[in-house]
Ligand binder design. Structure first.
Ligand code: HEC
Ligand code: HEC
Ligand code: HEC
Ligand code: HEC
Length: 493
């Protein structure tokens, strides 16, 4: 409950600050932005096809199509140059097999369909689509909220989607010949806008449900709040609730900090039939919570919580020399520092801001790698406890510490800003992670020594195994190197 109050307080502060900011901006920005004028597009209330908006909003369309151009090379996150120990810490889960860096919104649906986590999982469910397509609200309409999230992805959901969205796969092509399959139903206009009035709106019930639980009155949200809430439909932590038909659910019952969400997730896990985690580790044998992109949450208690997502990620830009529109190319604000940052930080140079961001991000990456390294070791220590027959209760205790240690590095790691959205919040999380993983190792060491295990040899085997994972050149086979004779799969037997 106390967190609820701070949520209110925060949004009050936000509103007050924005008001001052708006007064300051009105003078220079003019009223070209639209938004305040009411419009009628003539489109259907439930229009889901992105292509339907193309001719009505050519400037926005042009901007939106820039999402087709990749800003960065697409490589797998488990590459040694990024996060080398992922195949260990996620062993037993699809993320250990394939997990790529993000691309633009126009590719969201195509990328999900093609990732091995989906293609090689015959039991994947339609809930996975709940933050990837403009058609999801229609899916709820069609199947009802009890069924819409738990349809089989391959046998039920996709055939329906293909039938509804058209067998031509809505190929979307830009000037440069980039093609997005299913681009017409990927994250798009109707996700964030009412198709008739173009007012910002929340189209996905997982967010309104979560806000209801927090007691946040979204019906009367300010325009400023909406400029972040539209993103909070997807850029958040979630799980599929087994106590509620696998509906996409945000663990926000106690508040939005990583600590609050941990408490709430543990409460869910303690309920009969409640959500335990996304998978059971093949190495340490316990249920693990897999974190997912909590940008909104981390931002919400960081230094820029009064600055909306759109302020930085969708700056107001001049297009063809005359008209100003809100950028619809969602990417790195570091490519638009002038419009994204210097609107407020006009006293700082671009280079200064760049350096500050780089500093924050490199400190973050350093802590992240350290926390993952120790967490990977903790998994192996518990594996050894299991194979050498240590007391069951002690194993459970160590597994709980591994679970907690993992959550607290995974949340800031899954958050895509590398700490920029909230440097201190992310760092506090890594600190707790390292502490918990170390406690697991300590507990294991004590138990293993008591039965005469050679800890130096264990350490040596852990290092060898980590190196084998790093050395395996095929990204989606790395996870196989994480298991061996010394450290067998303890889940499936
Ligand atoms: C992820 C959310 C999101 C998506 C997807 C999205 N928009 Fe927007 N759009 C915004 C935000 C935020 C604003 C700024 C609104 C404000 O503050 O008034 C905006 C503003 C606009 C405006 C008002 C004029 C302006 O430039 O501020 C138009 C028109 C518009 N969008 C059209 C579109 C079209 C067309 C699409 C699909 C091709 C689209 N939008 C997709 C979030 C989105
Ligand atoms: C309906 C869900 C959804 C909404 C709403 C949404 N996003 Fe996204 N966003 C995604 C997905 C999914 C990806 C990853 C797409 C991929 O990799 O194919 C993504 C990727 C991104 C990226 C990385 C792009 C890149 O090129 O790597 C940024 C930045 C981003 N979103 C910002 C925002 C902001 C800001 C908002 C709100 C104005 C927003 N998103 C709203 C689902 C969403
Ligand atoms: C004060 C400016 C600012 C605000 C506010 C902000 N961001 Fe960011 N965001 C950044 C910066 C800077 C980065 C790091 C970009 C980089 O590394 O190049 C980033 C990174 C991201 C990324 C990863 C982009 C990628 O290429 O993979 C996503 C996704 C994202 N932000 C979403 C959000 C969402 C959602 C919100 C609101 C809850 C938000 N951001 C609020 C500045 C901001
Ligand atoms: C709407 C105004 C606004 C925008 C836009 C904005 N900032 Fe800020 N920034 C603030 C405020 C407010 C603070 C917190 C108070 C302070 O420290 O001065 C802050 C603090 C900071 C800090 C110091 C806090 C920290 O994290 O260590 C950095 C660095 C920073 N901003 C960088 C950026 C960058 C980079 C961008 C663009 C991607 C950006 N800001 C966009 C208002 C803004």
């Amino acid at each position: 409950m106390k967190e609820m109050k701070s949520f209110y307080k925060q949004s009050f502060l936000l509103t007050a600050l924005l008001f001052i900011l708006m007064l300051a901006l009105i003078g220079c920005a003019g009223t070209e932005a639209g938004g305040s004028e009411s419009i009628d597009t003539g489109l259907a209330e439930d229009e889901w096809n992105n292509l339907a908006f193309k001719d009505k909003f050519p400037l926005h369309w042009e901007s939106y199509m820039k999402n087709m151009v990749n800003e960065k090379e697409i490589i797998q996150k488990n590459d040694p140059s990024i996060e080398p120990y992922l195949p260990i810490v996620w062993n037993g889960f699809g993320f250990a097999v394939e997990y790529n860096l993000t691309r633009g919104h126009t590719y969201a649906f195509e990328d999900q369909m093609n990732v091995r986590r989906i293609t090689s999982n015959p039991n994947a469910v339609s809930a996975c689509m709940s933050c990837k397509t403009t058609l999801f609200p229609q899916m709820i309409e069609e199947f009802g909220p009890e069924q819409a999230y738990k349809l089989n992805y391959h046998d039920e959901a996709l055939p329906w989607l293909e039938e509804t969205a058209g067998a031509d796969k809505g190929m979307m092509t830009d000037h440069e010949g980039n093609v997005a399959e299913w681009g017409h139903v990927s994250v798009g206009c109707s996700t964030c806008h009412d198709p008739v009035t173009m007012e910002l709106r929340i189209s996905l019930p997982q967010l309104t449900d979560a806000l209801d639980r927090l007691g946040f009155d979204y019906e009367n949200a300010t325009q400023h709040d909406m400029r972040s809430l539209v993103c909070a439909q997807c850029h958040v932590e979630y799980y599929f609730d087994p106590l509620n038909n696998l509906q996409t659910t945000f663990p926000w019952g106690y508040g939005l900090t990583f600590e609050d969400m941990w408490e709430y997730s543990e409460y869910q896990a303690s309920r009969e039939g409640g959500f335990q985690g996304e998978y059971v580790s093949t190495i340490s044998g316990g249920a693990i919570l897999k974190a997912q992109h909590p940008e909104y949450e981390l931002w919400s208690y960081g230094p820029h919580q009064t600055v909306s997502c759109a302020d930085c990620h969708m700056p107001y830009q001049r297009t063809d020399g005359k008209k100003k529109v809100t950028s619809h190319r969602w990417g790195s604000p570091m490519l638009t520092i002038e419009e994204s940052c210097r609107t407020c930080h006009s006293d700082k140079s671009e280079t200064y801001l760049e350096t500050r961001v780089e500093d924050i991000q490199s400190r973050h990456k350093e802590a992240l790698l350290k926390a993952q390294d120790i967490s990977a070791s903790a998994h192996y220590y518990v594996n050894r406890m299991i194979t050498s027959g240590v007391d069951e209760e002690k194993i459970k205790e160590a597994q709980a510490l591994v679970r907690e240690g993992q959550w607290f590095w995974d949340m800031p790691a899954a958050e895509n800003s590398y700490g920029f959205h909230n440097p201190d919040g992310a760092m506090a999380s890594f600190t707790r992670s390292i502490e918990k993983s170390q406690q697991a190792i300590l507990l294991a060491t004590r138990e293993l020594m008591a039965i005469g295990e050679d800890i130096d040899e264990l350490e040596r085997q852990i290092e060898i195994t980590k190196q084998n994972v790093i050395d395996e050149p095929v990204h989606h086979e790395k996870h196989q190197q994480a298991i061996n004779e010394w450290f067998p799969n303890v889940r499936d037997n």
